[in-house]
Design a protein around this ligand. Structure first.
Ligand SMILES: [Zn+2]
Length: 209
């Protein structure tokens, strides 16, 4: 979609067959309003899009000078919109653009009502994804903290690593209830293929202190 918005800002419209072959013709709006087509017209200004944009309730979509380049109109509209409106505008503009191109190549296409339904359901999906991902962030478990062992116990922590499935290493450390390190060990163990086995070896070493 960013590519389409960029093309729109640069006033790049896919032209009809005649224009492509160098014939100097004015491209009429493919929606059938009989007006000359510009990017602003194709995305916002066409009178046949009025009802569509009224449904979106996005401010400024009914205010434009038809002679303005799209980018200049967008610059005036952006300060009037919040992020939600901008998202909705981008989705609608993309779908309108796609719809307009489909008409250009004479393929069967959906109605403007269907384009609106498609756009609004996409926005609802997007909101749902954003809401659920922010909720997922909120319910993330707090980071794990190391806790001192209660008196008179000792705590043994072990770790193991395996490089390329053959070179292994284990380490363990024993602390008392004040956090003082009583014993520690780190050693290399080769030709081991299972990290869980290595961790078990580290625990065994730790218990032997
Ligand atoms: Zn039109």
């Amino acid at each position: 979609m960013p590519d389409k918005v960029w093309r729109a800002c640069r006033e790049v419209l896919p032209k009809s067959g005649l224009s492509k072959r160098g014939v100097d013709v004015v491209d009429e709006c493919p929606l059938g309003c009989s007006e000359e087509e510009s990017v602003l017209h194709a995305l916002v200004g066409c009178p046949l899009l009025r009802e569509f944009w009224n449904k979106t309730v996005i401010p400024f979509t009914d205010q434009f000078d038809p002679k303005l380049p799209f980018i200049e109109w967008l610059n005036c509209a952006l300060p009037e919109w919040d992020a939600e409106m901008l998202n909705l505008f981008a989705v609608c503009a993309y779908n309108l653009w796609h719809h307009r191109n489909e008409i250009r190549v004479d393929s069967r296409t959906m109605s403007l009502d269907q384009v609106w339904e498609k756009s609004s359901s996409l926005i609802k999906e997007l909101k749902l994804i954003l809401t659920s991902s922010s909720e997922a962030l909120r319910v993330q478990r707090p980071p794990v903290r190391w806790i001192l062992p209660p008196h008179p116990f000792y705590k043994l922590n072990v770790d193991a690593s395996l490089q390329q499935g053959i070179k292994g290493g284990v380490g363990c450390v024993v602390r008392d209830c004040s956090g003082r390190v009583l014993a520690a060990l780190a050693k290399r163990i080769d030709h081991v293929h299972d990290v869980e086995l290595l961790e078990a070896t580290a625990a065994q070493d730790g218990f032997s202190f």
